[in-house]
Design a protein around this ligand. Structure first.
Ligand SMILES: *Cc1c(COP(=O)(O)O)cnc(C)c1O
Length: 365
């Protein structure tokens, strides 16, 4: 049996007719930029995350960058984030003119609030809280720290569309939250896309102008800015997918739970929701000392796995100037050597899921 890590074609096969009809309408009405489909998508996305506003942008990285601009980041402002994330959590800080400061994470891959508090300096402006793997970060603790030190929180929810913490959806905790609609994310466009959510009206108004050249109306530019919009064609596709998202999320959670029940007695750490979390399992990442051997064994059995991410951000060549070294973030560094992402997507069949479980078991026996 073959179990690919992801199969995007399969997702679209089932809803291709609906998608073609939806994007066909846009082709006919010729409304490609900032049209009705986008407005409809933004409204539905805001409802899903319990926020007042959602703003479509070109990708998740722009969502982070524009959010940092929206909170008024200035040169030498520090922003704390996690070194085990996708690199855009940090690169967005640099390209917005700030300085990324890392804090280590805990066993569940999310920021360790104690380490965050230790990383705060008089220059700290914000915390980019990543809901990595689709698991909500410990928001009670992080919000309390942000409040105490008068810092903004920006949620990097790129992997966490539809996740919630203590019954409150991610997206409404921070000054803004940033989502990615990249084809590999849980809610995916047919290409790049992103969304910012916020409850702050003045931030919302700023972002509407900031994503559109700084234009406050058709002809008048209020400030120099970027062109970072979500295409109406993408929104037309996404509006179809929004109808299925909840079922897809439940299927991911079901598969993750089946894995957990079978893996919990093996010599590994398998991810599992705490009672007050609803994780959406963008990835299902186990931690095992035998990572490389397991990866190779599974590949031999037709089960494709990945590593998210093999190189922590502070190890990247781009990060040299930040002055970090090996040993600075022991949990992240250890995890980089023990993590393995097992296939978890709604289109996996029960047979494939059982096969993965069986082969992981066979490896340990
Ligand atoms: C994917 C991702 C991003 C960047 O999103 P893009 O749409 O690819 O620009 C940022 N942060 C995290 C945690 C991600 O997984």
């Amino acid at each position: 049996m073959q179990v690919p890590y992801i199969n995007l074609a399969l997702q679209h096969k089932l809803i291709k007719g609906e998608i073609l009809s939806s994007i066909g309408n846009v082709l006919e009405n010729g409304q490609f930029i900032l049209g009705e489909e986008l407005a409809k998508f933004e409204k539905a996305f805001a409802v899903l995350h319990g926020t007042k506003y959602a703003i479509g942008v070109a990708n998740g990285t722009d969502a982070l960058f524009l959010s940092l601009k929206a909170i008024g980041i200035k040169p030498s402002d520090e922003v704390i984030t996690a070194p085990n994330s996708f690199l855009a959590s940090a690169s967005s800080i640099v390209i917005a003119g700030g300085v990324p400061v890392f804090a280590d994470v805990k066993e569940d891959f999310n920021l360790d609030p104690e380490k965050v508090e230790k990383a705060i300096t008089p220059q700290t402006k914000a915390i980019i809280v990543v809901h990595l793997t689709g698991r909500p970060a410990p928001m009670d603790e992080l919000m309390a720290i942000a409040k105490k030190h008068n810092l903004h929180i920006i949620e990097d929810a790129a992997q966490a569309v539809g996740a919630s913490y203590k019954n409150k959806p991610v997206g409404g905790f921070g000054t803004t939250a940033c989502f990615s609609l990249h084809p590999l994310k849980n809610l995916s466009a047919g290409g790049d896309g992103g969304v910012i959510t916020t409850n702050d009206e003045s931030i919302y108004k700023y972002l509407l102008v900031a994503r559109n050249h700084g234009l406050k109306n058709r002809d008048e530019c209020a400030f120099w800015s970027y062109n970072s919009r979500l295409d109406n064609l993408q929104a037309a596709l996404l509006n179809v997918k929004m109808k299925y998202l909840n079922n897809w999320t439940e299927r991911r959670r079901h598969i993750a739970n089946l894995y957990y029940e079978q893996f919990k007695n093996l010599p590994m750490i398998a991810p599992h929701d705490k009672p007050y979390e609803k994780a959406v399992y963008h990835t299902f990442i186990i931690q095992t000392e035998k990572r490389n051997a397991l990866k190779e064994y599974l590949a031999g059995k037709g089960v494709d796995t990945k590593i998210h991410y093999p190189l922590p951000i502070h190890y990247q060549e781009a990060a040299k100037g930040l002055g970090y070294k090996k040993g600075d973030f022991p949990v992240t560094e250890k995890q980089a050597e023990t993590i393995l992402s097992i296939p978890v997507y709604p289109e996996l069949t029960d047979e494939q899921v059982n096969y993965v479980i069986e082969e992981v078991g066979n490896f340990y026996n």
